[in-house]
Design a protein around this ligand. Structure first.
Ligand code: FAD
Ligand code: NAG
Ligand code: NAG
Ligand code: NAG
Ligand code: NAG
Ligand code: NAG
Ligand code: NAG
Ligand code: NAG
Ligand code: NAG
Ligand code: NAG
Ligand code: NAG
Ligand code: NAG
Ligand code: NAG
Length: 612
């Protein structure tokens, strides 16, 4: 297995007789009866979309349609096989977008993975199930959001069905606290039964302790600093990967009020001729295109349209519907319905790299067996030591410059003082609390040892915008990776930490010292940041972490918000966005543990009750 492969691995009217493909278990008769008219039409059958579909259709009196561009993938071995990672990546279940050249990041265009199929990115992801740090969610109320950690934790646990580890797994390092898990939700989580065998978990443990990183027994309770074993979205008893369709759709697919259209691409919202009495735009239907023959049709929405096409596609659907930056829309001859320049801005993702080596075969007599399930979260002090305060001060002094650059490129979505406040909030959290700054994933896999890593709080702000009058074409994706030297400095510090990890006993005993990448020839022991950055941006092929978010941010409108606290798009009566694009700032952990909880919260709001 190559390092780059390993990096990848860690991260798959309906007018009646139209050829759109109906869901399993749904007859044409039923759709005919419904006359392609549903109360709720959900665009995108992915991670969040299926939570909404499952919860709304609990009420037999409402009808719900899901429109999904991909297919059913229930029995695709690449999305069920839990004994390997990354099987579905770069297959038909992956959109495999191509980004714009990253002009601050070696000018590379990056292949950008996102799941395609009922279940969305949960079909192809790395399964890691780690909630964000409580301190990160608890600053949301200060930004105008109504969600705090206590509530998110409750909603997130509502969705979870945690399976307790066997003694075999606890012997390999798995540990948990009951209070951090839910036990009666639809989503199965567990510790991977395929966890790497042997004593490597102890070698990681003592190496991290030498570097000042303490053991952590639980990562899902809002505190993340430390090293331990991570939970995954998986049914450990059946030994299959868990995805949103398996958790929230297949168990209820026989509901007659729930219809799924697969192989069907949503293109735009059709607006009612008349606005609401309060002056808001009213959606009446969704325009969709059959992937099979290109036929265009519409699905009427009696109550609401909910966009759940993910952070890359939901903003694109809004833009094709006339909601967005007027200059971007007019350039493509799209009539402006609602000027909202924040649509598609504020794109944030992390960058992933690895320090790796071959095993020292004198010491390690055979390849490692099993899958790495270990993780460490390190904070700013772990990375910068006695330089932490000066790094903080220097970064703080640059925030006005960063904020001005973001405001200058975001089409008027928000001004520099708003952006400075947001960046300051993130920076202070890193400096003043124990919030993790980087995730470091130690590994022993087959004949490789090392650490995959990514800084968690990038300051660069990219965008996704439509770039074609072709409504089924993907938008242009530009993460603007490494636009600000803060992101470079964080990556360098985490890379140094990771190489130190590999060269510190007892970890170093496993390593064939002449195979370490980056080598000490390429990046010497005391290399400058510039030398490290050259390796990071050019030689090492950094990758996106595919936790992209923020492009339909939940924030006050003058702070760059696209949706309000009810997930409703500003100036619309009945259009909401529920997917990772509403999350305004990057957080620690992995996105699904956050998103399943946020989607449960959204479902409650849409149903009109707020009881958890
Ligand atoms: C390779 C990879 C590894 C990852 N690893 C992890 C991990 O280990 N742990 C973790 O928590 N997170 C991980 N993530 C991230 C996580 O899976 C995603 O952030 C999350 O699933 C996104 O959910 P979503 O609902 O926002 O979008 P998605 O789940 O992507 O759903 C969007 C859906 O909309 C559909 N769609 C898009 N456009 C249209 C359209 N125009 N019409 C109709 N349908 C459309 C898509 O096909 C898709 O089904 C990973 C992601 C990837 C890609
Ligand atoms: C469904 O509607 C019927 C008739 O209006 C009503 O009697 C019933 O209580 C409703 N059920 C639910 C679950 O709301
Ligand atoms: C599964 O993935 C392999 C490559 O990893 C690919 O060759 C195969 O076609 C995929 N199967 C399906 C059903 O997509
Ligand atoms: C979180 O928000 C809820 C209301 O939404 C409130 O009742 C609760 O007190 C808040 N908790 C904290 C810790 O702020
Ligand atoms: C646990 O390990 C024992 C001994 O190695 C083995 O016999 C047993 O099958 C394992 N149980 C599980 C659930 O993996
Ligand atoms: C790490 O060591 C501590 C004791 O120092 C132990 O409690 C913990 O379970 C170990 N973690 C792993 C993953 O081995
Ligand atoms: C749905 O209906 C089919 C056909 O009647 C049946 O085989 C299947 O078990 C049902 N599924 C569920 C989850 O009830
Ligand atoms: C969706 O399209 C694929 C590829 O054309 C096809 O194999 C599949 O059968 C279709 N799905 C359904 C449910 O018809
Ligand atoms: C950082 O700034 C603070 C406040 O101005 C100051 O007290 C501290 O000494 C500075 N730290 C360094 C290392 O310069
Ligand atoms: C060790 O792993 C490598 C890479 O996957 C493989 O080529 C090799 O055959 C494996 N060796 C053994 C003894 O399994
Ligand atoms: C529109 O975009 C889709 C998706 O990229 C592509 O398959 C199709 O050929 C394009 N249509 C035209 C007319 O260019
Ligand atoms: C977007 O359009 C511009 C101008 O036509 C073109 O240079 C650029 O390559 C396009 N990007 C994508 C992703 O299609
Ligand atoms: C492998 O380990 C042995 C025993 O510790 C050591 O002498 C040797 O230098 C190591 N080889 C490499 C290439 O690191």
């Amino acid at each position: 297995m190559t390092v780059s492969r390993f990096c990848q691995v860690l991260w798959t009217t309906i007018f009646l007789l139209s050829p759109l493909t109906l869901g399993e278990g749904i007859s044409h008769d039923q759709v005919r009866r419904d006359r392609a008219h549903f109360d709720y039409v959900i665009l995108g059958g992915g991670t969040a979309g299926l939570v909404i579909a499952g919860r709304l259709s609990e009420d037999p009196n409402v009808t719900v349609a899901v429109v999904e561009a991909g297919n059913f993938e229930r029995n695709n071995p690449n999305v069920t096989n839990a004994s390997a990672l990354g099987l579905a990546k770069d297959t038909r279940v992956d959109w495999q977008y191509l980004s714009e050249p990253q002009i601050y990041g070696g000018n590379q265009s990056l292949i950008w993975s996102a799941g395609k199929g009922l279940g969305g990115s949960s079909l192809i992801n790395g399964m890691t199930y780690i909630r964000p740090a409580s301190a990160q969610i608890d600053l949301w109320p200060s930004l105008g959001l109504e969600l705090n950690w206590t509530d998110l934790f409750t909603f997130s646990k509502k969705g979870e069905h945690f399976q307790l580890p066997s003694s075999n797994l606890t012997a390999l390092g798995a540990s948990y606290q009951s209070s951090a898990h839910g036990f009666s939700g639809p989503l199965s989580t567990c510790f991977s039964p395929h966890i790497t065998t042997g004593d490597i978990h102890e070698i990681f443990n003592s190496t991290f302790q030498t570097l000042g990183i303490p053991p952590r027994r639980e990562f899902d309770g809002g505190q993340l600093h430390g090293y331990g074993v991570q939970a995954v979205t998986q049914d450990g008893h059946a030994d299959v990967r868990e995805d949103a369709a398996r958790a929230y759709y297949y168990p209820v697919m026989n509901r007659t009020n729930l219809v799924v259209f697969v192989n069907t691409t949503a293109t735009r919202i059709i607006w009612s001729a008349r606005d609401s009495p309060s002056g808001n735009a009213v959606a009446s239907a969704a325009e969709v295109v059959s992937n099979n023959d290109g036929q265009v049709s519409t699905i009427e929405a009696g109550r609401e349209i909910i966009l759940s096409a993910g952070a890359i596609r939901s903003p694109a659907i809004l833009e094709h519907s006339g909601v967005g930056n007027p200059s971007i829309l007019s350039a493509l001859s799209v009539d402006v319905k609602i000027p909202l320049p924040a649509v598609g801005e504020n794109f944030q993702d992390q960058t992933t790299l690895a320090v790796s080596a071959s095993i020292n075969s004198t010491v390690v007599k055979q390849n490692f067996t099993g899958l790495p399930a270990f993780v460490a979260h390190v904070n700013l002090h772990d990375l910068f030591g006695t330089n932490t305060s000066s790094f903080y001060n220097a970064t703080r002094a640059k925030l006005p410059q960063y904020a001005a650059a973001i405001a200058a490129q975001n089409g008027g979505a928000s001004n520099a003082s708003v952006q400075q406040r947001l960046l300051q909030t993130q920076l202070d959290l890193l400096f003043q609390t124990n919030t993790p700054a980087s995730e470091v994933v130690p590994l022993g896999l087959a004949n490789l040892v090392g650490a995959v890593f990514w800084p968690l709080q990038p300051f660069s702000r990219g965008s996704v915008h439509i770039n074609s009058t072709n409504r089924t074409a993907p938008p242009a994706i530009d993460a603007k990776f490494f636009q600000f030297d803060f992101d470079g400095a964080m990556t360098v510090a985490t890379a140094k930490f990771s190489r130190t990890f590999v060269t510190t006993p007892p970890m170093s005993s496993l390593v064939n010292g002449s195979t370490i990448n980056p080598s000490f020839a390429r990046v010497p022991e005391n290399a400058s940041d510039a030398v490290w950055l050259d390796w990071i941006k050019t030689a090492s092929s950094y990758q996106p972490n595919y936790h992209h978010l923020g492009t339909c941010a939940m924030l006050p409108r003058d702070m760059g918000g696209v949706v309000d606290n009810a997930f409703r798009v500003y100036r619309t009566e009945n259009v909401r966005v529920v997917d990772l694009s509403v999350i305004p700032l990057q957080v620690a952990g992995h996105s699904t543990a956050l998103l399943y909880g946020v989607a449960e919260w959204a479902a409650q709001k849409i149903k009109g009750g707020m009881t958890v």
